[in-house]
Structures are given as structure tokens and as C-alpha cells.
Design a protein around this ligand. Structure first.
Ligand SMILES: Cc1cc2nc3c(=O)[nH]c(=O)nc-3n(C[C@H](O)[C@H](O)[C@H](O)COP(=O)(O)OP(=O)(O)OC[C@H]3O[C@@H](n4cnc5c(N)ncnc54)[C@H](O)[C@@H]3O)c2cc1C
Length: 653
């Protein structure tokens, strides 16, 4: 780089949020600065985070070790390339598993194998390592400055770029371009949540904990005293976090017997837990991992070609290319699940050749229950029943139980059966192999759904209300160990599951919260604490972040709206309006702001399933591609706002 270029004013870029998404953008930026030749302008990068620079809020390194990831360490990397003979640096570095194997663990840490799950704290330490290697490998002419501060406002400069307001030193900042990688929101309460908050405020002995990451909740003995009864609403991944905080976090221990079974040894400081959710089913375990990090599923039904054909057909017939999820996407997706389920049964019982023959014939009959049953019978497996994901997600729907004991006994049976299925593995276990498909085909579902790809009514009902809850329950489970721990706690009597369709209410007379399942007689419990065990759903207008509120109020960001004029349908998505990659923000007037980008969770609902925290070694993941597209654009043109052309099948306001 010439001396003149060094003297030029730097291209300044602020990345707001240094969770995995912000770090992924920095990794690609620095890699590109190295590999795409010297910039003719110095570059100054600001990495800003309100909680912990280089790890972020979800992966903060000061959280207890019982909070774990739900992806095995061999499948997690933040580097966009494999390690080589050189030092770890942007473009070449170890996966989480490799990093962990190479470092010296502290005395209280167990070394991890590639199929183990790391604590979130340990992933945070890995993220910090990655961040440090990015910092120490910036090329000459580039600065990377970490700033531990909250950005509270962002205003556009008439000449281009932005002024940032920070709540700590340096107070203000002026930059050319900004990346919003602000991650998980904290939402304003709904009317129902506010009512529960107010009820708790009127009864000082009660404690109400709104939805958040469990590491951020007040679950201390002062808030949830020993031997009181606490209700937990939601039995997804966050439930297990809260469960461990109130047991292991209170000094209890799990003891493994010689036969591998777990028992719980209480400390006496635990509260009694009553958990409940709509399905009445704790989120099932993930299958034992049998897949290499590079594994990729080959779609047979839900392919890009099939989606393109469906879009083309829709356009011919109706004049709108938007898809109907229930008609155009879901049947193909269910055929993928059915294919893997049945073929795995055949492979594990009759061998590879029989499976290959079955798979070929199944292509012609998939989705036709009678024909599939006939084919299974002909193959010699008449007892195999193709799976129904909606029934699997609601096993207790329309059931009635005459006592908590009868429900409990059936639930325990269900959990034990699921653990057995999980033990068979995600390749050799028909059920877990089939459900893994729901993860493996996320990218193609995104292609169907993102940026207004579905008809608004179909998006809201068939996709959001009907499919997503089942999908989340069946595809995002915790490690088996968590479910074994839950089983031990139920058996000890410290945890009760209220039953399906549970209702949480307030009992003014008793001065207590109350929970009961209308499907289980005698399931009512009074509660002195109520914990919302779920991660807040991103919704721009409910986000309490001063920055997001200001951006929305000033019209710098806007909510993504899908308007299908052909069908007279509209969807107010609640996500932030952005262009397809490189994710320029679209303001209230429909202008594309080429100097402002948003990646990840703020754009959820415009895109689908943005809550991703890593790439996968050796795989060209969307997580990596998102970051790279953004980094490439950041380093090219000077930013000039221009008017948004109306995207092919979407409209914003
Ligand atoms: C409890 C929990 C467990 C999870 N477990 C997994 C898992 O095991 N595997 C997985 O792949 N995903 C998991 N996820 C999903 C998670 O979305 C991703 O892993 C990942 O954290 C998303 O990265 P991000 O950078 O988009 O958001 P975040 O990690 O939320 O990071 C955003 C950062 O922005 C900062 N920020 C926000 N606003 C401002 C501001 N105004 N000024 C300065 N800083 C700001 C925040 O402090 C935060 O650090 C989990 C999520 C949660 C909540």
C-alpha cells in the first residue's frame, strides 16, 4: 500500500454485535482484505458489543457450565477454511472440536470427543479465540478496534455514513458503513405477560420470570426458594437450562449407575418443578451422532427443480409465483422424511442392496400411504408404519387421563422409547435419521419461504402456525443426557409434567399462580414462581432495544411486508426488511440503504431460521455464505442510497 493511500481517510465499518454472526462477518472481511489484494484505502473496523466483545450475550464466558450447545463439537466451526500448517487465522482455523483437543483443559473440564456437546461457556471461549486470531491477523493498513459498549442510536449523515451513539467510551462514532448483527432481542411483554408481571408485583412472595436466555434469568434461591413450587412454561431447549439451574445449580448431582442409568442426588435446596407446554411433551432428544461433519443429505423430492416447477406452475395458473406451503412444499418435505425412515428400516434389517432397491421403488409411491404400505409389505416389513410428524409432535392430542399418575406413566414410557430411538443413532435409527432430515433440508425450505416466497395466508397458517411448532419440537432436540436427567428428576419426584394443553392462570384468592391441564384430571398446582422457558421470538416492533426502537421510529429500518395483489393477501412479517444477499436494509420509503446491512436474527421472518451460531467444517454453509456476501459488498463500492426496485415476489413498506 502506498504512503498516499495510508494517508487517505480510512473506510470505517462498525459491526454492532459480536455474537457468531458479527464474528463471521469480521472473519470474512479480514480474510478478503488479505486475499483480494491491498485496499487502496486504509480500513478501520469497529467490533462493538454491549455484553462481551468476541463472544456476545448467548455465548458469554462467565455463564455456568451446565448450559450446553445442541450441536456436537466436530460439526461446529467459525473459520471459513480448514486449519493448515500455518497459524489459526481468518480463512484457516480449527473447528470447536479440534481447538478443544489441542488446548490444555482446566482441571474441572472434561476433554471432549468429536460427538460430544460443549458447554456454551466453552463455545464462548472458542469464539474469543477466533476473535483474537482475527485481530492478530489484520493486514497492514487495517485496524480492528473492540468496543465494549451499547449502541443506542444511529443517525444518517447527509454526506453518507452514520453517527453512532454509544453508552460508553468513546460516546460517539462516525463511520461509513454499519452492520447490524444484534442477535436475539428482548421483547416488550404481551398483554398476558404484563398481567402476570403485575400480579407478581402485587404479591411480593411471587416471582415471575419473562422469556430470555436462562443465563440471564434470576433463578437464585432468593427468587425461587428451596421447596417452593415453581411452574415452567415451555418444554423446549430452554426448559432444560432452567431445570439444570434449579437442580445442579442448587448443588444437586446426577449419579451414573453401573448399568448406565442416572439417578439424582438432591441437595435439599431445590424447588419442586411443575413443567407444562401445549404438547405436554418435553422436546425429544437428538439421535446419537453417526454422521461426519461433511455429511450432506441428497434431496429426492424437495429439490430446487421441484420448487422452480411449482413456482412456474403457480405463475401460469394464477399470475403470482408465490407458493402454497401445504400444497407445494409440505408434501415433498414429508416424502423426504418418509423416504429416509422407511429406507433406514430396510437397510438396518435387510441390508444395503435391499435398501437401494426399496429406495428406487419408493420414489414412485412416496406420499401415497396405501402404496407405501404395500411396498413395505412386499419388501418383508409389513409392520413398519410411515411416520406422521404432526402426530409425533402431539402424541397426547385428544387424549384424556383420569389422574396425574396415568399421564405420568404414559409420558415416562414415551420418553424411554424416545431415548431408545435416540440411542440407535441419526443414521441407523429410523426415527432419528428421518427427523434429522428436517434439519438437513432447511436450506431448500428457506428457498421456498424467504423474501415472500409463500402466499401470505399460507405463510401465516400452514407454515408458521402448523408446521414450525412441529418442526422445532422434532428437529432441535438436546443431547440424550439432558433427557436422561429429566427422567431421573421425574422419578425422584422433583419434576412433574402437568399434561397437554396446560393453562397458566392467576388465583387472586390464593395469591398464587396456577397451572392445570384440562386433559389430566387432578393436575392443578398452585405456584409461587412462574418461569417462561423460551427464547423471545424476534418481532421488530416489540424489541426493547433503544437502538432498534430509534431506527424503527426514524424509518431507517422497516418491517417486511408481503403483499400479494393477485390474491389480495398481506403478511406483516414482523422481521426487518432487507434485500437478498448482501442484506442491505430497506428503509420506510422503500429505499435500499447500501451502507447499512442487517444479518441474522433481526431479519427473521423476512428470512427463515436465522438463529444459527456456527458454520460446519468443510461445508459451504449458508452461515458462511451470508457473511461472505456481506463482507464482499462492504469492501467494494462507496455506499450510495438508491431507490429499491420491487423484488420479484415481495413488497416492503
Ligand atoms: C440460549 C440459547 C442457546 C442456543 N444454542 C444454540 C446452539 O447450541 N447451537 C446453535 O447453532 N445455535 C444456538 N442458539 C441460536 C443462536 O441464535 C445462535 O447460536 C447465535 O448466538 C446467533 O448469533 P448472532 O450473532 O446472530 O446473535 P447473538 O449471539 O445474540 O449476538 C448478538 C450480539 O449483539 C449484541 N448487541 C445487540 N444489540 C446491541 C447494541 N445496540 N449495541 C451493542 N451490542 C449489541 C448482543 O450483546 C449480542 O452479543 C442458541 C440461542 C440461545 C438464545
Amino acid at each position: 500500500m502506498t504512503t498516499a493511500a495510508h494517508r487517505a481517510s480510512p473506510l470505517s465499518i462498525a459491526v454492532i454485535g459480536t455474537g457468531p454472526r458479527g464474528i463471521s462477518v469480521l472473519e470474512r472481511l479480514v480474510h478478503r482484505l488479505h486475499t483480494h489484494g491491498p485496499s487502496n484505502r486504509p480500513v478501520r473496523l469497529y467490533a462493538i458489543d454491549a455484553v462481551e466483545v468476541g463472544a456476545g450475550r448467548v455465548w458469554r464466558t462467565d455463564q455456568p457450565s451446565w448450559f450446553t450447545m445442541n450441536t456436537v463439537v466436530g460439526q461446529v466451526t467459525m473459520y471459513s477454511g480448514a486449519p493448515d500448517a500455518g497459524p489459526a487465522r481468518p480463512g484457516a482455523g480449527p473447528s470447536l472440536g479440534q481447538w478443544d483437543a489441542e488446548r490444555s483443559p482446566t482441571r474441572e473440564e472434561q476433554p471432549l470427543g468429536p460427538d460430544d456437546y460443549a458447554s456454551r461457556r466453552r463455545y464462548g471461549q472458542y469464539l474469543r479465540f477466533v476473535f483474537d486470531t482475527i485481530r492478530s491477523h489484520v493486514p497492514p493498513g487495517t485496524d480492528l478496534l473492540p468496543l465494549h459498549a451499547r449502541v443506542t442510536a444511529l443517525t444518517a449523515r447527509p454526506a453518507g455514513g452514520y453517527h453512532l451513539q454509544l453508552d460508553h467510551e468513546p460516546g460517539t462514532l462516525t463511520v461509513d458503513k454499519v452492520v447490524l448483527a444484534t442477535g436475539h432481542p428482548t421483547n416488550a411483554p404481551t398483554a398476558a405477560e404484563q398481567e402476570l408481571t403485575d400480579f407478581a408485583a402485587r404479591h411480593p412472595q411471587l416471582h415471575y420470570v419473562p422469556a430470555d436466555s436462562a443465563a440471564e434469568m434470576d433463578l437464585s434461591p432468593a427468587a425461587v426458594p428451596p421447596r417452593t413450587t415453581v411452574g415452567i412454561r415451555g418444554m423446549g431447549l430452554s426448559f432444560y437450562d432452567v431445570m439444570l439451574s434449579l437442580t445442579v445449580g442448587r448443588g444437586g448431582t446426577f449419579v451414573t449407575a453401573a448399568d448406565g442409568s442416572l439417578t439424582y442426588r438432591p441437595s435439599g435446596a431445590e424447588p419442586r418443578i411443575v413443567a407444562a407446554s401445549r404438547s405436554g411433551l418435553p422436546i425429544p432428544a437428538r439421535g446419537r451422532n453417526q454422521k461426519s461433519p461433511q455429511y450432506s443429505h441428497t434431496a429426492r423430492f424437495l429439490t430446487r427443480a421441484a420448487l422452480n416447477a411449482a413456482r412456474h406452475h403457480r405463475e401460469q395458473v394464477s399470475g403470482s409465483p408465490r407458493l402454497d406451503f401445504a400444497q407445494d412444499v409440505l408434501p415433498l418435505l414429508l416424502s423426504e422424511v418418509e423416504h429416509v425412515y422407511c429406507t433406514t428400516h430396510v437397510r438396518t434389517r435387510l441390508g444395503e442392496a435391499a435398501a437401494a432397491a426399496f429406495a428406487r421403488r419408493h420414489l414412485a409411491v412416496a406420499g401415497d400411504p396405501q402404496a407405501v404400505r404395500a411396498l413395505l409389505a412386499e419388501t418383508g416389513l409389513p409392520e413398519v408404519e410411515p411416520p406422521d410428524i404432526f402426530r409425533l409432535a402431539r402424541p397426547f392430542a385428544h387424549r384424556h387421563f383420569s389422574s396425574p399418575a396415568t399421564f405420568r406413566s404414559e409420558l415416562l414410557q414415551h420418553i424411554r422409547h424416545d431415548l431408545h430411538q435416540a440411542e440407535l443413532g441419526n443414521h441407523d435409527g429410523p426415527l432419528k435419521a428421518a427427523l434429522d432430515v428436517l434439519r438437513d433440508i432447511r436450506n431448500i425450505v428457506r428457498e421456498a419461504v424467504d423474501h415472500g416466497g409463500l402466499l401470505p395466508h399460507s405463510h401465516r397458517h400452514a407454515f408458521h402456525t402448523h408446521f414450525l411448532p412441529a418442526n422445532a419440537l422434532l428437529s432441535a432436540g438436546p443431547p440424550r443426557e439432558r433427557v436422561q436427567q429429566l427422567l431421573a428428576l421425574i422419578e425422584t419426584g422433583l419434576v412433574d409434567i402437568a399434561g397437554p394443553d396446560a393453562r397458566f392462570t392467576t388465583d387472586e384468592q390464593a395469591g398464587r399462580f396456577h397451572v392445570h391441564s384440562p386433559q389430566v384430571d387432578g393436575s392443578g398446582h398452585h405456584l409461587t414462581a412462574l418461569i417462561e422457558a423460551r427464547i423471545p421470538t424476534p418481532a421488530l416492533a416489540r424489541d426493547t432495544s433503544p437502538l432498534i426502537r430509534q431506527l424503527l421510529a426514524d424509518g431507517i429500518v422497516s418491517e417486511y411486508v408481503v403483499e400479494d395483489l393477485v390474491h389480495g393477501q398481506r403478511l406483516d412479517s414482523t422481521g426487518m426488511a432487507v434485500t437478498p444477499a448482501p442484506f442491505h436494509v430497506i428503509d420506510r420509503d422503500g429505499k435500499i440503504l447500501t451502507d447499512l446491512y442487517a444479518i441474522g436474527i433481526p431479519t427473521e421472518h423476512t428470512r427463515w431460521f436465522t438463529q444459527v451460531g456456527s458454520s460446519r467444517p468443510g461445508v459451504n454453509t449458508l452461515f458462511y455464505r451470508d457473511a461472505d456476501a456481506l463482507a464482499a459488498d462492504l469492501l467494494t463500492h462507496p455506499a450510495r442510497p438508491r431507490t429499491a426496485p420491487a423484488p420479484a415476489h415481495a413488497a416492503q413498506r
